[in-house]
Write a protein that binds this ligand. Structure first.
Ligand SMILES: Cc1cc2nc3c(=O)[nH]c(=O)nc-3n(C[C@H](O)[C@H](O)[C@H](O)COP(=O)(O)O)c2cc1C
Length: 287
């Protein structure tokens, strides 16, 4: 699947991703009202991944439903709309509108590390997180994905809270809190100062969290964080993910990364004589 926030703004860009081999796509996170996001620079390339603080720029759900409808007309794969809010009611309103417009599932962004009073500030508070999930489940009959933050003491505990509140699927994980400072100007690089790290550097962190979450809950897990090759994806499957999302590697490798990863997984399964991906989900947990 395409991870949220990378080329997920419009039906056209999502179509490009599907042509590149993605089996499902997640949109950029959308909220109740339009937001401009932060001033540039919003993305910084390190030698091991990207640090971004976009500030959740989006057109607001009432405008975005047009893109959801057009995307549903042209895409032949499931469309998942990522939503955020500043309260449980806002999450529920946005999720309901996305679902009515044709989204096949909603993904709750309770893990964005750089916008105050939403994202990880919701996901770090068990009571608020549970209320968000319950309120969304009450108004949306489609599957509800909850995307977790690594920036908490125990991701598996947050996973358990989300599942008890009704989460159908967990996405592990969003970006890791990070920053970069320019030695010449002696100032933080990003306009927001702080951001979230993605890409190759975060993969071992994400694999570990998927492994932990798999031991704690029984719902399907979508692994996300630093996947660039088929071997990275297989590692996530062995840790316990049933599917994976790719974000940063779309920027570095192009949209064909999905096809390359899927074909590589197939070749691995054949070589190892597995009949299906299901046979390797969580395989590394065997005693
Ligand atoms: C530029 C950029 C924008 C992102 N925007 C969002 C977003 O709007 N919502 C969200 O849930 N995650 C967002 N993410 C996080 C990614 O979906 C993903 O969880 C994270 O980057 C780790 O995966 P990756 O290493 O494959 O990129 C964004 C990441 C990047 C690099």
């Amino acid at each position: 699947m395409l991870a949220s926030g990378i080329l997920g703004y419009s039906a056209e860009t999502l179509e490009t991703i599907v042509k590149g081999g993605a089996a499902a796509v997640v949109t950029k996170s959308v909220g109740l009202k339009p937001r401009n996001g932060y001033a540039n620079p919003t993305v910084f390339q390190t030698n091991c991944g990207l640090i971004n603080a976009m500030g959740l720029p989006n057109s607001g759900i009432d405008e975005f439903v047009k893109e959801i409808r057009s995307a549903k007309n042209v895409l032949n794969v499931p469309l998942i709309v990522s939503v955020y809010g500043f309260s449980a009611e806002e999450y529920a309103t946005v999720a309901e509108k996305a679902s009515i417009a044709g989204s096949d599932a909603v993904e709750l962004n309770v893990s964005c590390p750089h916008v105050r009073e939403t994202g990880s500030e919701i996901g770090q508070n068990p009571e608020v997180l549970a209320e968000v999930v319950r309120k969304v489940k009450a108004v949306v009959s489609k599957p509800v994905f909850v995307k977790l933050s690594p920036n908490v003491a125990c991701v598996a505990d947050v996973a358990e809270t989300a599942v008890k509140a009704g989460a159908d699927v967990l996405v592990v994980m969003n970006t890791v809190k990070a920053m970069a400072i320019d030695s010449e100007t002696a100032m933080p690089v990003l306009s927001n100062k702080f951001g979230g790290l993605s890409g190759a550097a975060v993969k071992p962190i994400a694999v570990r969290h998927v492994y932990d979450v798999y031991e704690k809950v029984k719902v399907p897990i979508v692994g996300c964080g630093g996947i660039t090759s088929w071997r990275d994806a297989v590692e996530f499957l062995l840790a316990g993910a049933s599917a994976v999302q790719i974000g940063t590697a779309v920027a570095t490798e192009g949209s064909q990364v999905f096809k390359a990863v899927a074909e590589g997984i197939d070749a691995y399964l054949n070589r190892k004589r597995f009949r299906s991906v299901k046979e390797i989900v969580g395989l590394s947990h065997r005693k």
